[in-house]
Design a protein around this ligand. Structure first.
Ligand SMILES: O=C(O)c1ccccc1N[C@@H]1O[C@H](COP(=O)(O)O)[C@@H](O)[C@H]1O
Length: 608
């Protein structure tokens, strides 16, 4: 997403208006201009209202370097923008007086690219503006934007930002954006009657920094999502939607939830630098968001605690849940025990076999595990059975769905409850390395850990997002669960998404070594994010996952869940392609204690 700078701030009122906007940078003109302000003005405004993370830039024209340095210090500037004919020599002199960053304005002309190259290494950014007779800037005139990609490429080569300025308005911004600028710098275009105009600033921000908003009021994410349920459930979903809207703005609910997350589940979870794995794979620095350290061993508890509290608010005494890997079943049983609710968990025979330990845990926690013997006897069938039970017992039963699937409002609710993963990660990365990661990776089955990790990053355009789905024995075999690689649109479990289905629309039984990824559908928001190309989805096979699982055990002393190992398998391929100063963050969604039997069989099988 391009950087946004609102310039020409000339009063305290303007300053406050820019603070309320989505601009990254606030610009002040210190040179002769109708917009001129003093360094003392800027200092005073900041003392009254802090700039809260926005970067302050002062614009100077052919000013003495010592005076520029002094003004920068007085006004507390992040950078100075030298908007005249300043020489390389003068910039070097300024650097001797001050540590402030320097942005050099280059006026568009025939040899502007050569001029840019001549400042290479000496400046921290560029502004490309129009030059007209008698004015250095603030002209309200644009230049030929066909040249924007050339300026952007040169700045990229120098690894510094490049703002395009001159005559940009809410009416022509879309055209400028089509040339892919790295930054946009506006003065005249956001003013009305010599003042900043909030309406114009908003229009500009909405174009430069469009905010991802989904679902719509029908619960749709683009083509996907919705509510495809029998009539008996429509009322229950509406009741749930209303209850969810009530708690969304209710501070007491969020306080209670955070108390449970912190004091019971152990949040915030750690962010671990995987130094030995980084060294082994080469390339990018690998960080792990440790959802495996949650109480019950996975991210599932985040959503279970929240939905459990919501059930209590709604006066429901019984919860039901479906489970594949058993982690959501365990999380639901745990929450039921903690909150004094009764709990039934639906689980396919095949998953009961694979996840014996978790079945025992659920029973130990007081839940009733109901074996589902229909279909492929896995998660899809367990979900069918849970829905059937809900239809018959809707009055006193709360269906605690464990992934970002199902009819609206479940995908949205689960996403919001799991977003704590991405929110904490952003904060922790800022604290640890002073910036966001370059690439974020998570495994996807239904997609709850992934959407919880991705959602807070969606508007951060410079952060690549990758979901890794289960390719089982290979996407070109009949044994996989690669819904996004191989699926087609269809309706399952109350919503429209990509599904594995045959030519008649019958669901194909998915396969994966990991019970948690063994689902023929995918959360509708992932389907949408794939279609709008915001998230890339790639497959990883059983073998690749098992290899990555062993690596993490041997090199970091962490046994991940087999589900999570799919994300790690992608990291093994991707990290070496990235630079050493880049960062890849993986959602370590769960621990692998529950998988020890499967892992043992698999690895012993391999050595036979
Ligand atoms: O805005 C001014 O008055 C000004 C005066 C002297 C040098 C630069 C100035 N402004 C810079 O001009 C561009 C954009 O202006 P506009 O959108 O065309 O009005 C921007 O970089 C300002 O920082």
């Amino acid at each position: 997403m391009p950087l946004l700078k609102f310039c020409g701030t000339r009063s305290e009122e303007d300053y406050r208006a820019v603070l309320r906007s989505k601009a990254d940078y606030i610009g002040f003109i210190f040179s002769k201009s109708r917009r001129q302000v003093s360094a003392e003005d800027v200092r005073d405004w900041q003392e009254k209202t802090s700039a809260e993370g926005k970067k302050l830039v002062g614009v100077f024209v052919n000013e003495d370097p010592a005076a520029v340095g002094l003004a920068a210090e007085t006004a507390g500037l992040y950078a100075v923008q030298l908007h005249g004919g300043e020489s390389l020599h003068n910039i070097k002199v300024l650097r001797r007086h001050s540590s402030v960053r320097v942005f050099k304005t280059i006026h568009h002309h025939e040899n502007a690219l050569e001029e840019m190259a001549s400042f290479s290494g000496a400046v921290d950014g560029y502004v490309i503006d129009t030059k007209i007779e008698g004015a250095w800037g603030g002209t309200g005139k644009s230049f030929d934007w066909e040249n924007v990609p050339l300026y952007t490429a040169e700045a990229n080569r120098q690894k510094v930002p490049c703002f395009i300025a001159g005559g940009i308005t809410p009416l022509n911004i879309k055209e400028l954006l089509s040339y892919g600028p790295g930054g946009v710098d506006v003065s005249s275009g956001i003013e009305t009657n010599e003042k900043n105009d909030e309406g114009k600033m908003k229009a500009m921000s909405d174009s430069v920094k469009p905010v991802y908003e989904a679902p719509d009021e029908m619960g749709r994410y683009g083509d996907f999502g919705g509510k495809y349920v029998p009539e008996t459930l429509m009322y229950a979903l509406e009741e749930l939607d209303n209850a969810y809207r009530d708690i969304a703005g209710d501070e007491s609910f969020h306080k209670e939830l955070w108390k449970e997350m912190k004091e019971y589940s152990g949040r915030p979870t750690a962010l671990t630098y995987a130094g030995r794995l980084t060294e082994h794979y080469g390339g990018a620095q690998i960080y792990l968001k440790r959802e495996d350290l949650n109480h019950t061993g996975a991210h599932k508890i985040n959503n279970a605690l929240a939905q459990g509290l919501l059930a209590i608010r709604m006066g429901k005494k019984q919860i039901i849940a479906e489970t594949g890997a058993g982690q959501h079943g365990v999380a639901s049983a745990t929450v039921a025990a903690r909150f004094g609710l009764s709990c039934k968990v639906f689980m396919g025979t095949e998953d009961i076999r694979r996840q014996e330990l978790n079945v025992f845990r659920m029973r130990l926690l007081g839940a009733e595990v109901i074996e589902v013997t229909s279909g492929g006897k896995t998660l899809k069938d367990a979900t069918n059975e849970a829905i059937r039970h809900w239809v018959a017992n809707v009055d006193d039963t709360f269906y605690l769905i464990g992934s970002a699937v199902g009819p609206h409002p479940y995908p949205m609710m689960v996403r919001d409850f799991q977003s704590i993963i991405g929110e904490e990660s952003k904060k922790q990365m800022q604290e640890r390395i002073g910036r966001l990661p370059d690439h974020v990776v998570a495994c996807v089955g239904g997609g709850s850990n992934a959407i919880g990790m991705f959602y807070p990053f969606i508007n951060e355009e410079n952060v690549r997002l990758t979901g890794v789905e289960a390719a089982g024995k290979g996407v070109n075999t009949s044994e996989h669960a690669a819904t996004l690689s191989k699926g087609r649109k269809g309706v399952l479990h109350g919503s429209l998404s990509y599904l594995l289905q045959d030519e008649h629309g019958n669901i194909i039984e998915p396969y994966s070594i990991s019970a948690g990824l063994d689902y023929p559908g995918i959360g509708p928001e992932h389907a949408h994010l794939r279609d709008i190309k915001r998230v890339e989805y790639v497959p990883a096979t059983d073998d690749e996952a098992m290899k990555a699982l062993k690596d993490l055990c041997e090199l970091e002393g962490i046994l991940p869940a087999i589900e999570t190992a799919h994300a790690l398998a992608y990291v093994e391929k991707e990290a070496p392609k990235m630079k050493k100063d880049e960062v890849i963050l993986v959602c370590l969604s769960g621990r692998g204690d529950k998988d020890v039997n499967t892992i043992q069989q698999e690895l012993e099988g391999q050595s036979e």
